[in-house]
Design a protein around this ligand. Structure first.
Ligand code: RP5
Length: 189
């Protein structure tokens, strides 16, 4: 696929990519890059569950009317951003646990993945922002056939790249087997 597909459908962002802090942006840019590659318009901004809670509520409440259909939310440590967004909107929320210095993102992962029954957050791997972008695209693919086609193409090219990087034949290592033990005698014979 061309590095960047033409933007898909509406001119407004379909995916909101939110980080809890400026320091989360290098990871979340990978979700934006994936969406851009698939031609899906997105917006990237900072909303902190703890430092700017009113902004979080306002974003979640206005997002559907602004045409946002999926939210990717990354946060680190006591990562409450994805869960609080999920509590305030019916839009699907994809949580990205941001790696941390002290606990290497395990804190972020557990904070995001252990949602209570009734308020789900789809959680990707620690630092797995590319997959968050892909998952957002897969959610949108149900409604936008052009996104479905681009995802199919992405998968096909990915498979081709992997197969092209492998040796064609399985590698055979010749080695001398030890002599076989004689078969044990059957009883009664
Ligand atoms: C969280 O605290 C953010 O998502 C970020 O990952 C973490 C640390 O934030 P900074 O102290 O780097 O701004 O809310």
């Amino acid at each position: 696929m061309a590095k960047q597909a033409k933007a898909t459908g509406p001119a407004h962002p379909l995916v909101g990519v939110l980080g809890g802090s400026k320091t989360d942006l290098p990871i979340l840019e990978k979700a934006v890059a994936m969406l851009t590659q698939l031609g899906i318009p997105s917006e990237l901004t900072i909303v902190s569950a703890h430092r700017t809670p009113d902004r979080l509520f306002a974003y979640a409440e206005k997002a559907p009317d602004r045409g946002i259909e999926v939210i990717v939310a990354g946060a680190g440590g006591a990562a409450h951003l994805p869960g609080m967004l999920a509590a305030k909107t019916y839009l699907p929320i994809i949580g990205v646990p941001i790696p941390t210095d002290n606990l290497r993102g395990l804190d972020s992962l557990l904070s995001i993945v252990q949602m209570p029954r009734g308020i789900p957050v789809a959680t990707v791997a620690i630092g797995g922002a590319e997959n968050a972008g892909l998952l957002a695209a897969e959610i949108l693919a149900g409604r936008y056939p052009v996104i479905r086609e681009r995802l199919k193409q992405f998968r096909a090219e990915q498979t081709e790249t992997v197969l092209a990087s492998l040796p064609i034949q399985p590698r055979y290592t010749a080695t001398r087997l030890p002599k076989r033990e004689p078969a044990p005698k059957r009883r009664g014979k």
